[in-house]
Design a protein around this ligand. Structure first.
Ligand SMILES: Nc1ncnc2c1ncn2[C@@H]1O[C@H](COP(=O)(O)OP(=O)(O)OP(=O)(O)O)[C@@H](O)[C@H]1O
Ligand SMILES: [Mg+2]
Length: 237
């Protein structure tokens, strides 16, 4: 579903992503982990063609990400999802629907469907300026779920959510995966990643230290957090 081949990104003299290669299969749920500044969001931004790689190739469904076709079946939520404050959740989703080519009754029914999925039914008429952080996050996720994508790319989807919000996002992801969807996410909430994802990679200063199934990475009597700290502290020494 996703393939990165020897991908690097330099910002001036600084190398944010350093010769990264990995694949994510269809139906996989993959978490990219790593300390602040490791390069996780930079990889997401290259996958969505917001910025070009300095070196290497990225494809989705074997289509180079520089081709907009690659994003046809992709839903995405940004790290700091912003909704114009004067728009209501409903207006925002209708706009998003229109960008996807949905109008009239189709746009309305798709908006209602995704609002229901993120448990925001009844709150859609409030302006974004009156939404809490978690409510904005849910609306962002609703927009990403529009048009039944095959791949969800989520940059810290649960940051700032309350425990119920975290559980709700977990359920949405589980439901999405039951339908055969592929999920790629960045997160620092490792106990949640352990519950939600099958595979993970640890990125450190732009380099992949390990990518494997979480089952293989985490030994008995250990948590994913223990593994993360072990890997990162070894590099910090
Ligand atoms: N446009 C840019 N210009 C210069 N440097 C950048 C730019 N974008 C990112 N960087 C640098 O690249 C590195 C990786 O940033 P990135 O946002 O990918 O980290 P991250 O792993 O997502 O971190 P976090 O966990 O804090 O979200 C950082 O050192 C950052 O300062
Ligand atoms: Mg980030």
């Amino acid at each position: 579903m996703i393939k990165l081949e020897s991908v690097s990104k330099h910002f001036g003299a600084y190398t944010a992503v350093d010769n990264v290669s990995y694949t994510v299969s269809q139906g996989e749920s993959f978490a990219l982990l790593g300390p602040n500044g490791a390069g996780k969001t930079t990889i997401v931004r290259m996958l969505l063609d917001f910025i070009p790689p300095s070196e290497g190739a990225l494809t989705i469904h074997d289509v180079p990400v520089s081709n907009p076709e690659s994003r046809k079946t992709v839903g995405y939520v940004a790290e700091q999802h912003r909704i114009p404050p004067h728009l209501s959740g409903r207006e925002y989703l209708l706009r998003h629907a229109s960008l996807m080519g949905l109008t009239g009754a189709d746009a309305k029914s798709e908006s209602l469907r995704v609002l229901e999925m993120v448990s925001m039914t009844g709150q859609e008429k409030k302006k974004a300026s009156a939404y809490s952080k978690g409510m904005k996050q849910r609306i962002g996720l609703a927009a990403a779920l529009m048009g039944e994508p095959e791949l969800l790319i989520l940059d810290e989807p649960i940051a700032g959510l309350d425990p119920i919000g975290i559980r709700d996002v977990r359920k949405i992801i589980e439901h999405f995966r039951e339908q055969g969807g592929t999920v790629v996410l960045n997160s620092h909430l490792l106990s949640e990643v352990e519950k939600t994802c099958e595979t993970a990679a640890i990125l450190y200063k732009g380099k992949i230290l390990i990518k494997d199934s979480i089952h293989a990475i985490v030994k008995e009597n250990e948590t994913l957090e223990d593994v993360f700290i072990r890997y990162v502290e070894r590099e910090n020494e």
